[in-house]
Design a binder for this molecule. Structure first.
Ligand SMILES: NC(=O)c1ccc[n+]([C@@H]2O[C@H](COP(=O)([O-])OP(=O)(O)OC[C@H]3O[C@@H](n4cnc5c(N)ncnc54)[C@H](O)[C@@H]3O)[C@@H](O)[C@H]2O)c1
Length: 253
């Protein structure tokens, strides 16, 4: 079944849209008629904008560090100044710490991971929600991970940060459930993006990570994007506070 979404006149803010899942989602929203504002620390977000505008869509890049409250405020301000409001937010920026057991993780890597993956989502919602309250509603999708609902060895800071994203999404969903703001959270498993390509392209590591994948392959960023569009659409109705596993369940850990 082919479902097509119509986001004409909708304003979408996406963090972490320079590459991977964020870029694919920005492109899919734009194809469906939305104006997309991409916040990222990486200048490759300009390429995302170029892909969209060359295809006739509307997008802009606002250089944003999601760990910095003023920078996130600026992203939201620019979107509102330019388009009047924000209907949909996809808070997706993330980083992975080096793979190591907890006692070998540095304090810097702990703070970097918590800063981008957890605090970044909190700051984004903190600034987006007042705009949505003023507009009478909206939809927020946050990117956690399968590591937000179970654990993987060697990445405790990431597991902690992503559990925080699941927790803050559920909490915020309850805060605004009667205000017309739906807040859901993605728990992707293995998706082929710049974050995971080094595993998938390594003949020794790839079989191990793929053995853990319920669908027997890495999912594509566009498959995650389709879930974000669904959750951001009227079709999702009263769906809020839900955790979506994108490539199937996994119970091994
Ligand atoms: N790829 C996977 O298998 C997978 C699985 C589960 C969850 N995720 C999550 O999906 C999200 C997207 O990751 P991806 O796989 O597309 O990888 P990616 O590296 O392509 O995308 C991450 C994006 O976040 C941006 N970013 C990093 N730090 C930032 C900061 N301080 N401010 C603003 N932007 C910043 C990066 O520049 C990049 O554009 C992340 O939250 C990641 O943890 C990915």
């Amino acid at each position: 079944m082919q479902v097509s979404f119509d986001f004409t006149d909708k304003i979408v803010v996406i963090t972490g849209g320079a590459t991977g899942i964020g870029r694919a989602t920005a492109v899919e929203f734009a194809k469906a008629g939305a104006a997309v504002v991409v916040g990222d620390i990486d200048d490759r977000a300009a390429e995302t904008v170029q892909i969209i505008t060359e295809a006739g869509g509307t997008a802009e890049f606002v250089r944003t560090d999601v760990t910095d409250d003023a920078s996130v405020q600026n992203l939201v301000d620019v979107a509102v100044e330019k388009h009047g409001t924000i209907d949909i937010a996809f808070n997706n920026a993330g980083v992975l710490p080096p793979t190591a057991p907890l006692h070998e993780q540095t304090v810097e890597d702990w703070h970097r991971t918590m800063g981008v993956d957890a605090t970044g989502v909190f700051l984004a919602m903190r600034h987006q929600i007042p705009v949505m309250l003023k507009a009478g509603g909206g939809s927020i999708v946050n990117t956690a991970s399968v590591a937000g609902v179970t654990a993987d060895p060697g990445m405790t800071p990431y597991v902690a940060a992503k559990h925080a994203v699941v927790g803050m999404s559920k909490g915020a969903a309850l805060d605004y459930a009667t205000e017309g703001i739906r807040i859901n959270v993605l728990a992707p498993g293995l998706i082929r993006t710049p974050m995971t390509e080094r595993w998938l392209d390594d003949p020794e590591i790839a079989p191990r990570v793929l053995a853990d994948s319920p669908i027997g392959r890495a999912a594509e960023p566009e498959e995650v994007a389709a879930t974000v569009l669904y959750l951001s659409s009227d079709m999702a109705g009263a769906v809020t506070g839900s955790v979506y596993r994108v490539d199937g369940g996994r119970t091994a850990h």
